[in-house]
Design a protein around this ligand. Sequence first.
Ligand SMILES: [Fe+2]
Length: 231
Amino acid sequence: MGQIFNFFPLSVLKSKIELSDEKKKKMIEEILVMEKKSKNIEYKNQSSAWTGDTQGFEFIHNNQIFDDFFIEVKKKIIEYLEALQVDHNQLEIFIQRSWATISKEKENIALHKHLQSHLSFAYYLKKSDTDANLLFIDETKHNEFLPGLFLSPSTNKKQVIKKRNISNTAAIVFDAKEDEIVIFPSKTAHQTQPNIKNNDRISISADIFIVSKNSENLEHLVSPFKDWKNI
Ligand SMILES: [Fe+2]
C-alpha cells in the first residue's frame, strides 16, 4: 500500500472569551440600539441578517463598551499567529473595521470574503446551540482533479464521493458556541448556514490588518503606516 501525504491546510482557531454576564448584557443592549438606529435599512433584504457595518456602525472597537472584549481579541490573534509560527513581535496588529450582526429566524449572511484585510473573526455574543454556524468554502480545492467533484449537488446526491474526509471536502460547517471566537484568514470564503432558524443570534466580527514594524530588507508585507504619505 502506498502512503498519502496531505499538506497546505487552512488553519482556523476556535477559543473561548470569558466576559461577565453583565458585560455581555451591556454589549447586547448597545448592539440593539445600533440596530434601532440603522442608517441604511433598505440595504438589508428580508432573508439576510442585520450587519452593523452596512448600517453605519463599522467601528465598534472605538466604543468603550467593547474595550474589554477587544483586549481579549488581541490575545487570541496573537495565539493564532503563534500557532502559525509567525513572529508577531515584528508586526503591528490593527483593527480595521468591526461590527455586530443580528440573525433572526432564517436570515443568513451570504458567501463572501474580506479581501481588504488579513485576518477576520466571528465571536458569538449570543448563540443557541440550534442557531446557524459558519460555513467555510475552500476555493483552492487542490485535490479536486475533476471540476465539480467536491461541491456539485448532483455529484453529492449520487454519492460519487463515498465518504467525506479531509482529502475530498471543500465546504465545512464549523460548529462554535456562545462565548467562542473563530479566527481565520480574511481571504477564506465564508457564509452562515442558510435555512436554519436563529434565535436572534448576535455575533461580532472584525477585520484585522497587519503591518510590519520595520520594512527594512523586507520586500513583502505592508510597510509601517508612519512611513506612508497622503498625496
Ligand atoms: Fe465575514
